[in-house]
Write a protein of this length. Sequence first.
Length: 408
Amino acid sequence: MQRKQPQHRPIPILYALLRGIGGLLLRLFCGYRRTGERIPKRGPLLVVASHQGMMDFLTVADALPGRRVQFIATRRFFRSPKLRFFLRADGAIPKTQFHPDPACILEVLRTLRGGGTVALFPAGQTSVCGLPETIAPSIARLIKKANAPVCAVRQHGGFYTLPRLRPSRPCFGRVEAETRIILTPAQLKTLSEAEIYRAVVAGIDFDEAAWQARTGVRFRGGCRAAGLEGALWLCPRCGAEYALRGERNTLRCRACGAAAEVGPDMRFSAGFPETIAAWYRLQETRLRAALAEENFALETPAEASSWDGDRFAVHGRGTLRLDRGTLSWRGVWDGAERTLAVRCETLAGLTVERNELFEVFTEDCGLTRFRPDDRAVVPKWKQAQELLYRQMNGLDAAAAPQERQDTQ
């Protein structure tokens, strides 16, 4: 059972201080630029933003001067005492990631009806390849119910500067944020949920490799390849899986020794897929072929634990399985045989913690962790499950927004 949602509002002095320091750091180290429409400083506003890296909260807050933005943040961030302090100071609204959260929705509606500003990242997670993660269609239902102006904040540069793949090792280049009102209350009254969904997807669409090629931005640092094994699991030279490792500016295969250098333009050296996105698509091609097989399944031994409100308690070991219908775990749970399962069509994404385990909300046990014995399998499982979600919800064949087509 979930606890009652606490209500919090931004602490004005602390919010102004954090926003000011964040904006100063962005301008000093990232050449930060803010463009687009001037957004009114008063009245309810629902902000939808692209989600690229670990600085996105700073760029979105800075892009909306005069407003105290309350972000929707995944509940797992509130487990850290240090992060919890800053989240409370900013009035952040907790949400269970990739699972319906009525308490969060009620708090969002309360805030907007009181004239506040709420910001959310519709993808629910940061990008792993420089392209947007899948957005669940349910975002349109929330927007329709909120009946507030919707502002899109499209960002660039954050994925290369400080992605979740290397959250503590920045590569400085340039970061941009563009603001635009994409939906008004008058439009929301006439548009269907499908039309609202398309407006959101197009409003925050991005392609970091195309943006870099267009602007020529270079990124400084000696760790451009660090953490890339958290997204790239297939060697294009020898076909080995789980053998790639990022070492400073080199992504190396431990099976065949192939080494892909990552340059200041964030492109790989000749003989490899040119960009992270291109490499990710190569992996997707292999996954599509595997998913087309009727007996497709991935299996791995894994430990299971669940959140008791204060910590994750380990319950036992078993086999984690992903097939064309479900993500399931079967094993010994507190001394008894047990099976837990989540349907892939309802799971928009897999929460990955430190690139070594999954967190999933199960109806029987609430927030549950599965820790594979071999953590190297995590990126492939994540990519496969999210591809299944898109296929099962008719999102896989949708045409890319026009802007991305124009920039490639």
